[in-house]
Design a protein around this ligand. Structure first.
Ligand code: ADP
Length: 687
């Protein structure tokens, strides 16, 4: 039992993970940098944060002390006035003067009042413009009841300070000073705050009594106020701290920006991270693109190598084919040619039968060689189709004509039905079209015992296609074979080759030819009843060629092989032409100097000057002779030598061995060409 060895290669998943890792390596490389930057930034932030907290605490403490002192100073002044002996003695007039003096010393105060329960005993203002104190601030019951000084809340931007006045040990009046809350801001300004900081003095309800500092801090920044003494993060990247003002229910709130250094460092860090990510992404992209490019280059290199290798192999095969073709066809030329001549001579009846057998065997061998070589060339894509005007009904009739004898031998009717709507002249390759039709008709006759073979042609509307079908009343093809019938070397039955001969290449060649013509071929069949093969090719309208010229021609033959020379002369003379035969190129040129010819048939491989050289020399001749139609004779595949022949000036290439019919057909085709076209290199036919 054979053992199998599994090569030790990485699993696809593993290798994919590895290649992803390789691709992402630039990103991985920036990771340590990123980690370092984050740690550095966090450390910096912690250090700077601690400093900032200390500063905030110190500033808030300083400010609240300033406000406290300010309030204490005002209350102290009020208390001193409240202790005036004049009040004790009930000398209100003298007290009024005393109070007026105090008000004058305190320009920031609006009013100073002595209030007894609901009655203002004395009410002093700086000026008539000074606003009157709000009534509620004069409600001093609290002071009168408790006997303790108080600092009032903000109302209409004003603050009231109240102290009790005792007469004879009991609280009788309250002294009330009203001042604008802004006056307290001076206390903040006096101490000041660092650049960019801001400070607020807030009452117990969070209303702003005064503000200081340059940083624009919105009213709502400390709402809700953070717990006193705790540093809190505020909106807009600030840190804030609240501190109560002793002796009041107010607080001082201080806010500081996080620090430009930190912000800058953070911004730079973000920029650096962004750049690193960008660099990483770009380098990953570059690596991916690079890998794709390398893979693409690799693929292209491999494809080029494969194409070169294929081309080399094809050249070798073509060389081999050319050699085989040449080697087989040259002796066959003689064999078939002489058999042909022999069949036309007087023969005893027995011998005629043998000659006919020999002719059939030779034709079959030629057909087989032709098929094999043809198929090989089609496989290589080496076949170039001719584009000529062709008479389609005549072509079909011609194909049927060639095979009618065979059909009659089997007692079969062979009918051609050209649809009345079928145009007569179309463009196409007459030889290849003939090859396909002949093949199909040949098969139909071969596989039909009785009945009829019908060749039909019509033009389909939209799209306009030429449809040619060959139907028979023969054995049919088993359904399971039908899909494979166009494959090479396929025959419907195992005994087909033995019973009917053939190679199984005919239909494969047909399909390739029809495909090359831009069409498609198919088959349908009912076993026991018959088959129908049909193909469609694009319709291109053609035109009738100029009228045929008849009569004998003066033909110069150049052929070094005596047997071939003799055969060619015999065939041409039998067709009524006048032949001058020469054995090499130099003699042919000399003959052209001495006489004029209507056509030159020349072997390509001749000793001395070869056919190409002679053709080129003829085209250089002065006068009419340079325009004589030139036909190259060769056992090589015409497709392979045609470009060189055209270059040398040949009008047509005829492949050996050729049937007499073909040779004469070619001569006719050449002489019916319009004058102007004579030198247009074109393949008229290939044997
Ligand atoms: P060949 O005729 O040389 O064997 P072809 O490629 O022309 O090769 O045909 C392949 C096979 O298809 C034939 O051997 C035959 O079995 C089958 N076939 C082709 N044409 C017909 C037909 N008209 N009727 C029945 N069978 C056919």
């Amino acid at each position: 039992m054979p053992t199998s060895v599994t090569p030790a290669i990485a699993s696809p998943a593993g290798s994919r993970a590895w290649s992803l890792l390789v691709l992402a390596s630039p990103l991985l490389a920036v990771l340590p940098l990123v980690a370092y930057a984050v740690v550095f930034f966090l450390g910096l932030q912690a250090e700077r944060g601690a400093d900032l907290r200390t500063d905030l605490n110190r500033t808030a403490a300083g400010l609240s002390t300033m406000v406290e002192m300010e309030v204490a100073a005002d209350l102290g002044a009020l208390e001193t006035l409240a202790a005036s002996p004049r009040l004790e003695l009930g000398v209100l007039l003298g007290f009024r003067d005393e109070a007026a003096r105090l008000l004058a010393q305190r320009p920031a105060w609006y009013t100073l009042a002595l209030v007894e329960a609901d009655r203002q005993v004395i009410n002093l203002r700086h000026s008539r413009d000074a606003p009157l104190p709000p009534a509620s601030d004069l409600l001093v019951r609290g002071v009168l009841q408790t006997g303790r000084a108080s600092v009032g809340v903000l109302q209409d931007g004003q603050v009231a300070l109240r102290v009790p006045v005792r007469i004879g040990g009991t609280v009788r009046y309250a002294l009330v000073a009203v001042l604008p809350s802004l006056a307290l801001g001076h206390a903040l300004d006096r101490l000041g705050v660092p650049q960019g900081w801001s400070a607020l003095l807030l009452d117990e309800e969070g209303r702003v009594l005064a503000r200081a500092g340059s940083g624009a801090l919105p009213e709502a920044a400390f709402r809700p106020a953070p717990p006193a003494g705790q540093v809190a993060a505020l909106e807009g990247g600030r840190l804030g701290l609240v501190r109560p003002v002793a002796g009041t229910r107010w607080v001082v709130a201080v806010a500081a920006p996080e620090g430009s250094f930190l912000v800058t460092a953070r911004n730079w860090l973000l920029v650096a991270l962004g750049l690193s990510a960008l660099v990483g992404a770009v380098s990953v992209a570059v690596r991916i693109l690079g890998r794709h490019r390398r893979q693409e280059l690799d693929r292209q290199r491999r494809a080029t190598q494969a194409a070169e290798e294929r081309e080399k192999q094809e050249r070798r095969r073509a060389d081999l084919l050319a050699t085989v073709s040449h080697e087989l066809r040259t002796p066959l030329t003689g064999l078939l040619g002489y058999t042909d001549l022999l069949s036309r001579a007087e023969l005893p009846p027995n011998a005629r039968g043998w000659v006919e057998q020999q002719q059939r065997a030779g034709q079959a061998l030629l057909a087989l060689i032709g098929d094999v070589l043809d198929f090989a060339r089609l496989e290589e894509g080496a076949v170039e189709l001719e584009d000529a005007d062709l008479d389609l009904p005549a072509l079909l009739e011609d194909c049927a004509g060639i095979l009618r004898g065979l059909a009659q031998q089997k007692g079969l009717a062979l009918v051609v039905e050209a649809d009345p709507g079928l145009p007569r002249w179309i463009r196409g390759d007459p030889l290849r079209l003939r090859q396909v039709v002949t093949n199909l008709v040949g098969n139909a006759i071969k596989f039909t015992r009785s009945g009829q073979v019908t060749v039909a042609a019509r033009l389909t509307p939209r799209p306009e296609l030429v449809e040619i079908s060959v139907s028979d009343t023969g054995a049919g093809i088993p359904a399971e074979m039908l899909p494979h019938i166009f494959d090479r070397f396929r025959q419907a039955g195992a005994d087909t080759a033995r019973r009917f001969g053939g190679s199984g290449l005919g239909l494969a060649i047909c399909r390739r030819l029809v495909t090359a013509m831009g069409g498609a071929i198919g088959a349908e069949s009912t076993p026991g009843k018959g088959s129908r093969f049909a193909f469609r090719i694009p319709f291109r309208p053609g035109a009738a060629p100029v009228a045929r010229r008849t009569g004998k021609l003066r033909i110069l033959v150049a052929e070094d092989v005596p047997a071939s020379r003799l055969l060619l002369s015999a065939v041409l003379e039998r067709a009524g032409h006048v032949v001058t035969a020469t054995e090499d190129g130099a003699r042919a040129l000399a003959a052209l100097h001495n006489a004029s010819f209507d056509m030159v048939l020349m072997d390509l491989n001749m000793p001395g000057m070869d056919g190409y050289g002679v053709a080129a020399a003829i085209r250089m001749l002065p006068g009419e002779q340079s325009r004589v139609p030139l036909v190259a004779l060769t056992a090589d595949a015409p497709e392979e030598i045609e470009p060189r022949c055209r270059e040398a000036g040949f009008d047509a290439v005829l492949r050996k061995p050729f049937e007499t019919r073909r040779l004469l057909g070619l001569i006719d085709a050449l002489r019916t060409r319009p004058e102007g076209q004579r030198h247009v290199p074109a393949r008229v036919t290939a044997g």
